[in-house]
Design a protein around this ligand. Structure first.
Ligand code: F6R
Length: 240
């Protein structure tokens, strides 16, 4: 694993955007991207880097996960989020977007997504943030994992963490559709992003405990041959 500790958000977003940019800067690349607060400054950088760049004209953009039951146009759907922060600002065509549709029948949607992934065989790069409980995409701590795209019960910790994105009286979905660990582990490269003091404990645990357990999903990534973890100084403690 490669660990990159950045001084501040400016450095973090530049380093992360450059790594993503270089990993997909060739035709036929495929990338799977997350939502959340962590990647927002990274997407801002990517938007300016990708302007007028024709190298991305064939790149396939997948989303890591999606709330079950939300239309892609819903303001809290992950399709909407990525559209707002990235896709609508870069010179790509709609056909390049291969997104989970939260409004489709969830079981059928999982199968459809696996078929789309099978067509590319594996991702060039999977980017993800990290939940405070160690979740990766919506693979929450559990006694077992489902390898491919599946319906996940969102944990109480994650529901609480993501509540801030919803309006006060808005109902939050309790289930999500998520990429499974098989496709994350098969990716040529995995880039993990974490910033801010709320991620300090999960990063400390990941770097210090060399134990692999489904109760701490991020720990599985210890087995990935090309993992880069990019953190800012607030998410990193010297005392590991
Ligand atoms: C989102 C995703 C999640 C988030 C994680 C961290 O697509 O896959 O695993 O990356 O919940 O979220 P933030 O960045 O809001 O702390």
């Amino acid at each position: 694993m490669k660990l990159l500790v950045c001084e501040n958000i400016e450095e973090f977003s530049t380093v992360a955007a450059n790594l993503i940019y270089n990993s997909i800067h060739h035709s036929k690349a495929s990338v799977c991207l997350p939502t959340g607060s962590t990647p927002i400054p990274v997407y801002e950088k990517l938007v300016s880097m990708m302007q007028d760049d024709k190298a991305f004209a064939e790149v396939k953009f997948f989303n890591l996960d999606e709330y079950a039951g939300l239309e892609p146009t819903h303001h809290q759907s992950y399709a909407y989020f990525l559209n707002q922060h990235l896709y609508s600002h870069i010179p790509i065509r709609n056909e390049q977007l291969l997104l989970i549709n939260g409004a489709n029948d969830p079981q059928d949607e999982c199968k459809r997504y696996d078929t789309l992934i099978d067509e590319i065989s594996r991702f060039d790069v999977v980017v993800d943030g990290i939940g405070t409980n160690g979740h990766i995409a919506f693979n929450e701590p559990a006694d077992h994992f489902i390898p491919r795209t599946h319906i996940s019960e969102i944990s109480a910790t994650t529901l609480q963490a993501n509540r801030r994105f919803f309006k006060e009286n808005e109902i939050m979905p309790l289930q999500a559709i998520t990429l499974g660990f098989e496709d994350i582990m098969k990716a040529k490269k995995v880039i993990l992003l974490a910033t801010g003091p709320s991620k300090k404990e999960v990063i400390r645990r990941f770097l210090s405990e060399k134990k692999i357990t489904t109760q701490f999903p991020i720990s599985l990534l210890n087995m990935h041959p090309d993992l880069t973890l990019i953190v800012d100084s607030e998410a990193y403690s010297e005392s590991i």
